[in-house]
Design a protein around this ligand. Structure first.
Ligand code: NA7
Length: 295
């Protein structure tokens, strides 16, 4: 079986690395905050002290970091990954980032004789832990097909979107839809509460209609329970909204709805809810209407 180096054990990375171990792959892990490797080591991973040590002898190098800056630090910062990569190794970046950063990675790794896939994921904490992510991939089709068996234990489905950076581009398109769904359920629940409707009844109707969505069930349910425990942090959602806005600006595409949602998220982060779940920005809408959605 291929030897894997998994770099970055945040909420998403640790779930993926654990599922690769469960599937029998030998995995070497590295994380900037070294203590976070311990649960993976307990599950059979080897821990490396540096990215360069982790990728030594690896067939496949995978990482899922917070943002573009984290990837820039890993690839071109101190102890540069780019200097450690060897011809023939396959690098898979699963971070949600700007397609331009992905283009830069593709050019740098292929110049070293390595292969590169941009392969960000849909789903959050639970899907990562249960091997149920939806992966969108850009790069050479032959490399994608070669990597399919490896992506299987971490995903429900995988989708080849085209050459680099089509995976990164698709991820921003999908996250635009997620942002609207969060805004929609937030605005709907605030309006319903102000109107005197029972939030459980509202969710019950939304659950069965032809405009239902698992996001309405999940986020709406958590809102009623006042559960903002982090699956996907609000600060990362702001990062994504900024990425979508920049991507659209680069392509001269007006996205008025995204602009409005981004302002709400910004207020939520400035109110100190950045480390809470992304759904916490709904508290901004509640403040505006002076109501609280509760069961
Ligand atoms: P988390 O749980 O915030 O994890 C982020 C990971 O990125 C974590 O391992 C961090 O290491 C790592 N990180 C952050 N900055 C750096 C730098 N500068 N250098 C190296 N490593 C870094 O995020 P999620 O797992 O929820 O999300 C990951 C991606 O999937 C993200 O793009 C989302 O939008 C989707 P740390 O443990 O803090 O040392």
């Amino acid at each position: 079986m291929q030897q894997i180096a998994y770099l970055g054990l945040g909420i998403m990375g640790r779930g993926m690395a654990a599922n690769l171990l469960k599937a029998g792959y030998p995995v070497t892990v590295w994380n900037r905050t070294a203590e976070r490797c311990a649960p993976l080591v307990a599950q059979g991973a080897r821990q490396a002290a540096t990215p360069a040590e982790a990728v030594q002898g690896a067939d496949v190098i995978m990482y899922c970091l917070s943002d573009d800056k984290a990837v820039e630090d890993l690839v071109w910062g101190e102890g540069k990954l780019i200097d450690a990569v060897k011809p023939g190794q396959i690098v898979i970046d699963m971070t949600t980032l700007h397609p331009d950063t992905s283009r830069k990675e593709y050019a740098a790794f292929t110049a070293k004789g390595a292969e590169f896939l941009d392969a960000p994921v849909f789903g959050s904490k639970n899907e990562a832990a249960n091997g149920g992510l939806w992966i969108v991939v850009g790069g050479k089709r032959a490399v994608y097909e070669q990597m399919l068996p490896l992506l299987k234990p971490i995903s429900e489905t995988t989708h080849y979107m085209g050459e680099n950076p089509m995976g990164a581009s698709m991820k921003l398109v999908g996250n635009l839809v997620v942002a609207f769904q969060l805004e929609a359920i937030g605005e709907a629940m605030v309006l319903a509460t102000r109107a005197g409707l029972d939030p459980h009844d509202v969710l019950g109707v939304l659950h069965v209609t032809d405009f239902k969505s698992p996001i309405f069930d999940g986020v709406g349910g958590a809102l009623v329970r006042r559960d903002f425990d982090v699956n996907f942090a609000l600060k990362l959602m702001l990062k994504d909204a900024n990425l979508i806005a920049k991507f659209a600006q680069d392509l001269n595409v007006p996205l008025p709805g995204v602009a409005a949602i981004r302002e709400n998220i910004k207020v939520g982060v400035n109110r100190g809810w950045g480390e809470e779940n992304a759904s916490a920005f709904i508290k901004v809408l509640e403040d505006g209407a002076n109501v609280q959605v509760k069961g």
